[in-house]
Design a protein around this ligand. Structure first.
Ligand code: ADP
Ligand code: AMP
Length: 215
């Protein structure tokens, strides 16, 4: 199964993708994570992407589509893909069709997480992750069970993203509205779009997504 999780920054795409990975053994393909890894490693892609990401703008379609294509090529054909943060433009949606086609895959679902924009700044400015395993947390909505210790791997190191500040979030939301939301009709004509209430609590969102996948 191949699915896209679509929604503005902070909608809960990464949170839900991590749960689907654990429950169904699917693979999360997050272009944001791939780009952050490239920035950290100082690769040519990372050097190009760093300032763009810090400003909350979009990295070029060519760069992100190449990252996705390489990841899919390295994956077993029996492993389902969860696209998280990709595609973000119409050009990326067109590239994804070709990339999936070349791997004999097809899109099963595009799941839109419907959220109230006013809640997103709080979600994003409170977000942090385990520095070791990447599990996501939130200052208010999902604290580790034992303060300062990752529930999943026991690490005591956590990190926050440099672009998770209010000013950059506003730019990222504007980019979503202008360039990403308009790709929905592209998928609607295929009848594969489902909407989920992303303002519900995390377990209810997971249950709604699972119901769609089990349809
Ligand atoms: P995205 O990947 O769409 O940018 P995340 O999954 O990282 O968003 O979620 C952003 C923040 O909001 C995280 O800190 C996460 O713990 C929290 N969060 C995610 N889903 C919910 C929810 N349904 N209710 C409250 N907080 C949530
Ligand atoms: P994310 O982790 O999805 O919030 O992405 C963080 C940042 O990485 C974005 O604000 C963009 O600068 C960049 N980025 C991630 N995915 C894409 C994409 N598909 N297209 C363009 N830029 C992207």
């Amino acid at each position: 199964m191949n699915i896209i999780l679509l929604g503005p920054p902070g909608a809960g795409k990464g949170t839900q993708a991590q749960r689907l990975v654990e429950r169904f053994g699917m693979r999360q393909l997050s272009t944001g994570d791939m780009l952050r890894a490239a920035v950290k490693a100082g690769t040519p892609v990372g050097l190009k992407a760093k300032a763009v990401m810090e400003a909350g703008e979009l990295v070029s379609d060519e760069i992100v589509s190449a990252l996705i294509s390489d990841e899919l090529a390295a994956m077993g054909s029996d492993v389902g893909a969860i696209f998280d943060g990709y595609p973000r433009t119409e050009a990326q949606a067109v590239s994804l069709e070709a990339i999936l086609d070349s791997h004999g895959r097809k899109l099963d679902h595009v799941i839109e997480l419907d959220v109230d924009e006013d809640a997103l700044v709080e979600r994003i400015t409170g977000r942090f992750t385990c520095a070791s395993c990447g599990k996501g947390y939130h200052d208010r909505f999902e604290r580790p069970e034992k303060e300062g210790v990752c529930d999943k791997c026991g690490s005591t190191e956590f990190k926050r993203r440099p672009d998770d500040n209010e000013e950059t979030v506003r730019t990222r939301m504007a980019e979503y509205r202008a360039k990403t939301a308009p790709i929905l009709p592209f998928y609607e004509k295929n009848g594969i779009v489902s909407r989920v209430d992303g303002m519900a609590d995390m377990d209810a969102v997971t249950a709604a997504i699972e119901a769609i996948l089990n349809r």
